[in-house]
Design a protein around this ligand. Sequence first.
Ligand code: TRP
Length: 379
Amino acid sequence: MLVPTAAGTPAAPTGSPADTAPSVSASTAVAQARSADVEEQLARDPGRFRVLTGDRPTGALHLGHLLATLDNRVRLQDAGVDVVLVVADYQVITDRDDAGDLPAVVREVVLDYLAAGIDPARSTVFTHSAVPALNQLLLPFLSLVSVAELERNPTVKAEAVDAERRQGRGMSGLLFTYPVHQAADILFCRANLVPVGQDQLPHLETTRTVARRFNQRYAPTTGYFPEPEALLTPSLTVLGNDGAKMSKSRGNALELRASEDETVRFFRRARTDSERHITYEPERRPEVANLLRVGAHLAGTTPGELADAVGAAGAGRLKTVVTEAVVEGLRPLRERRAAMAADGPAVVRDVLARGNARANEIADRTLADVRELMGTMYS
Ligand code: TRP
C-alpha cells in the first residue's frame, strides 16, 4: 500500500522515516534552523508566502500578544506577505461550556488587529464558523491521523489538564481533535508558512503530516497541499504581574486597550527582585528581564541597552522607564483603537464580511479540488 493508513500506524512509530513524527525537541531544532532560512527567503521574495495564523477569541488581546505575535504579523504584511488571520471561534468551545459573549469578544480582537496595523485591504481576517468548506475538510483530515498520534500531542494534554483543574471538565472530542481542525485552518488556504511559538509546534507537525498523507493518498504524482513551514517567533514570553506567563485566564494581563492609568497601576504591581543594579540576565533574573524586554520592544531599543541606561538607579527607575515606554509606545495604537470603537459596529462588521467572503471563496475552491481528488464529485 502506498499510504500508511491511520489505523495501521503503530503507537510507537516504526514506519518510514517520512511518516514518523519527530520528537518535539528535534522538531524545535529543525524549525529553528529552517526559520532562519525562511527569513532570508522572506526578504528576497515575500510574495512566495501565504501566512496563516490566528487567535482564540477568549478576550481582548494583551501585551503578550503584541510582543509574541501581533507585531510580527504586521511586519510580514508590510513586507508583502499574504497574511490570513483566523479568529478561531470554534476553538473557544474546546475547553469550556460558556463561550461568553462571542460577538463582543470577536469585535475586541478584530479592533486589536486593526489598531496594531493589520490592514484589511491587504490581509484577510475571518472567523471559523462562517466558512463551512473549511470545516468540512476536518472530516477527510481526521481519517489521516490515528487516535494514538492525537494522544501524544503534548499541547492537547496540557490543555486537557488545565481544563480539568479549572472546571473539573474532562477532555472534549473537539479539544482532542483540534490540532486536525487547525490543519484545516492552515491548509484550506494552502498557507505555506505559519508563525508559531514553541507550544504550537506539535500542531504544525500534525498539519504537515495531514498534508503529506493527503498528497500520498489522493495526489501521489502531483501533490496538492504544501507542507507548511514553521516560522518560529523568537520566544518572547511576556510575564504577567504575578510572575507567571501573561494570560487572559490568569487575570495577570495588561490589555492593549487598557487606559494609561491602568498601565501605570499594572507596572507598579509588577515583580522585580532584590538586587539593586539592573542587568539583563534572562535566566537568573526573569522578572527584571521581562520588564527590560517589554520596555525595549516598545521603545525600539534592546533589553541590554535599556539595562545599561537604568543601571544603578534600580527597580523603581526601571518600572518608571518601562511604564513610559509602554504608555508612549501604545499611544498611537490606543488612539486608533478608540477612534474605530467610537465609529460603531460597522468597522468590524465590514472587515469580517469582506474577510469571510474571501475565506469562503478560497475554501470552496479547495474543497472542490479535494472532492475531485477524492473522487467524491458526483455531478
Ligand atoms: N491555537 C491558536 C491560539 O491558541 C489559534 C489558531 C487557530 C491558530 N488556528 C490556527 C494558530 C492555525 C496558527 C494556525 O491562539
